[in-house]
Structure formats: C-alpha cells, structure tokens
Design a protein around this ligand. Structure first.
Ligand SMILES: *Cc1c(COP(=O)(O)O)cnc(C)c1O
Length: 429
C-alpha cells in the first residue's frame, strides 16, 4: 500500500503543527508509524491522499453515525449555506433542535448549545458547582470528558486519595478538588459518598465508558451513583457526548433506565460539525446566565450549519427500526470477529452495545474494569491494527478507543472487515 503523499504531508505538517496533528488522538504514536492524510469520505468509506480506500470504523471519532456524505445531512447543509453561515443571534432551527433533544432525552428539560463536548462538560461542572455551592467533584478512572482542567485527572495510588494531574499545566489546586473512583466499583462509590458525599458538587460519568475502549456499566453501578447523589444532594452528570444516540434514541440513560440531573451531548448531535450541548432539570438549568448567576457563553454556539446538520442527523436516527438495524449489524461484525479470533487461537474479548464496540486482546472472559483494559496485549493490537489498515480497514490508532459502525455500513463492508481480520489474527503470533 503506497503512502508517499501521506508521508510528504506529514513531514510538512510537523513543521507547522505540534506533532503534525490538531488533536493528539490522530497521531499514530501508540501503534507506530505516521498518521494518514485523507481527502474524501463517502458512506462507510474513507479515501486517503494516496487513493487507498478504507472501511471506516472511526466515523470522525463518533459524529458520523450516518456515514460520510449522508444525503439528508448534505441537503440540510446546502439549504442553510444558501441562507448564510451564522448570525450570532437566535434562529428557528435552534429552537427546533432544542425541542428535539428534549423530546429524545427525557431527563433534559432545558438545553444549551455549545461548540464542543469539552465545553459541554466544563459548563455542566461549573453549573453543578454553582447550583450546589460546593467545589469537589467525582469522576471515574478511564473516563474522558474532554480536556477540561478539573477532568484531566486520573486515579492516584488509591481510589479515595486525592487526584493527581494527568496533564502538566493543570494547577494542583484544581486537581485536588477532583476525586477519581474506579469505574464499576460499587464499594468504592458507597464508601466515598458515605464519607465525603456532603462536599461533592457532582459526579460525572460516561454511562458506557467509551474512552477506555468500550466498557459497559455492571448492573447497579449507575443506580448506586443515582442513589448516592440523591442522598447527598450532589448532581449526577451523565456525559453522553459519545453514547448519546449511539446506543438508543434516548441515550444510554434510556437503555439503563437511570435518570441523571444533567446530561452532556456532542458528536452525533452535530452530524459532523462542531457542536456540544448540556441540559437537564429545569430547576438547575435556570441557574445559567442570563437567568442565573452561573456564567456561560459562546460566539459560535448554535451555529446554523452545525444545527442544520445535527437536526438532519437526529431526525434520521429517530426513524423506526434505526437502532435495531444498527445493533444487529454491529453484532454480526463482532460475532464474526470473535469466531475468527477463536479459530486463529488469538485470545480476544469483545464488548458491544448498540453501534459501539471494543476489541480487547485479553484472556479475560469479561472486561468491566480499567485495570483489565490496561492489561490487554498492546503488541497484539498493533499487529491487528496495521494488518487491518494494510487490508483496507481503518480503525482508531489506539487500543483504548471504541469502534463505531454507521448506518452506511452494509453486509459488504462487514464481510470485507471479517476477511481482513482473518489475515490480522493469523499475523498475531
Ligand atoms: C469526545 C468526548 C468529549 C469531548 O468532546 P470534544 O468535542 O472532543 O471536546 C467529552 N466526553 C466524552 C465522553 C467524549 O467521548
């Protein structure tokens, strides 16, 4: 597979862009080699600048649930383009998308649009702190909520110890207010809240962890969090920036039947354009400016192009049978992968919920914890990744990212992927 043009562009990129990429996840640091440069996408496929074509399981890191160049999304964008790009003032479509989000996600009574998932979680946390008049927050190991200072904290030596910054440049004073608990650990939640609950402004969690590959909550985990937050007057925030509309029309909260106080959204709700949103209980959301004292603003918030692409996407995924089809397709993919790994004698565990999936090169039968994720065989993943890439399958260049199947993926694409996987599993020794 020729990669000359990608290579030349990369050499040029590193002269002007730190590391040659505008988001570190795009680098190939974890898998070796240099990132590819792409020139177009269509349906389930991506084409790189050297004219190599790939079945795409990254989907722009989540937004493209309908695949590339979806007809309805393109038409909505074209129609808005004819009317202008942005006004910095209110529009009818903005009201429509807010109404649509509130009708899809039942816990959301009022919603504010922002421009990224990071902004959504940052604002939701500020709001939770303003509403409760408390400073401390709880997050979970392995969950990613954007590059917000207070959230770039991982577990230290123990679950209940104060967090340590995961990123340099985060003031210690911030990270000390962020407590990190192990994901799916009922005892840790119980114990921590019983001790410190009255000081906690909010607990923020990915209801399905999609940033340590793909890890579902164990039964009772989300219920317990809900119970403890209610007991101690802390706000429960579900970060559904990734899970929002990947697993059910009402988000993971609908799937698991647990109602958060606030929800953050992004990715899918912009159909591929920059957007984010946070919303929830009216009583809490009323505390945001201009009604309340918690300040939050954005020049590009509710941008008409992003709203148009988002609305077209949300309308399409609300159609009857959308999630059944997505789930069935994704299941046929992961079942096929598992079968082939077994035949090749490669230890593999796969988690799948709706259109999200995660392959773990692990002997564990079930993956529910961060330490299990970290113990996966990274060499196996590297071989798998590069062999899949050579055979026209584009996966995220990291063993810790979830994969996404879109509505544009069909039997052909799944079969191509399974055929490529036979070579990839055979290459693992
Ligand atoms: C991607 C992601 C974010 C951050 O969104 P950006 O638009 O990249 O800022 C936050 N939370 C979760 C769960 C995400 O997957």
């Amino acid at each position: 597979m020729k990669r000359d043009k990608s290579q030349t562009l990369y050499e040029s990129a590193i002269q002007y862009i730190p590391g040659g990429v505008n988001s570190p996840v795009r680098a190939f640091k974890a898998v070796g080699g240099n990132p590819l440069f792409f020139k177009s996408g269509d349906g389930a496929y991506l084409t790189d600048v050297d004219d190599n074509c790939y079945v795409d399981y990254v989907g722009a890191w989540g937004p493209l649930i309908l695949g590339h160049r979806n007809e309805k999304v393109l038409a909505a964008l074209q129609s808005q383009l004819d009317k202008g790009i942005g006004y910095g003032a209110s529009t009818e479509a903005e009201v429509e998308i807010a109404k649509k989000l509130c009708s899809m996600v039942h816990s959301v009574e009022l919603v504010r649009l922002v421009t990224s998932g990071t902004e959504a979680t940052m604002s939701a946390i500020r709001l939770a702190r303003g509403y409760t008049n408390r400073d401390r927050i709880v997050k979970f190991e392995g969950c990613y909520h954007g590059h917000v200072d207070a959230l770039l904290v991982k577990a230290g030596s123990g679950a209940l110890t104060l967090g340590e910054p995961d990123s340099s440049g985060v003031p210690k004073a911030y990270s000390e207010l962020s407590h990190v608990l192990p994901f799916n650990d009922l005892e840790a939640v119980e114990e921590f809240f019983n001790k410190h609950g009255h000081e906690i402004a909010c607990a923020i969690v990915e209801p399905i962890a999609g940033n340590m590959n793909c890890v579902a909550p164990i039964p009772d985990f989300l219920d317990l969090l809900r119970e403890k937050c209610t007991e101690y007057g802390s706000i429960l925030i579900f970060d559904e920036v990734m899970t929002g509309f990947r697993v059910a029309p009402g988000g993971a909260q609908q799937l698991f039947g647990v109602i958060p106080d606030l929800t953050t959204l992004g990715k899918v709700i912009g159909g591929g354009l920059p957007i984010g949103a946070f919303g929830g209980k009216k009583e809490i959301m009323e505390k945001i400016a201009p009604n309340g004292a918690v300040y939050q603003a954005g020049t590009l918030s509710g941008n008409p192009l992003a709203v148009a692409a988002g609305l077209a996407t949300l309308e399409t995924i609300s159609g009857a049978g959308f999630y059944e089809a997505l789930n069935k397709k994704t299941k046929s993919l992961v079942d096929g992968l598992k079968e082939r790994a077994d035949v090749a004698g490669v230890p593999l565990t796969i988690n799948q919920i709706g259109g999200m999936f995660g392959c773990f090169f692990s002997v564990e039968e079930e993956i529910t914890r961060f330490d299990q994720v970290m113990a996966c065989n990274l060499e196996h993943f590297q071989t798998y990744f590069h062999t899949m890439l050579e055979n026209g399958i584009y996966l995220a260049p990291s063993a810790f990212e979830a994969g996404f199947v879109s509505a544009a993926h069909g039997e052909d694409e799944i079969n191509k992927t399974l055929t490529a996987s036979e070579k990839a599993f055979a290459a693992i020794k």
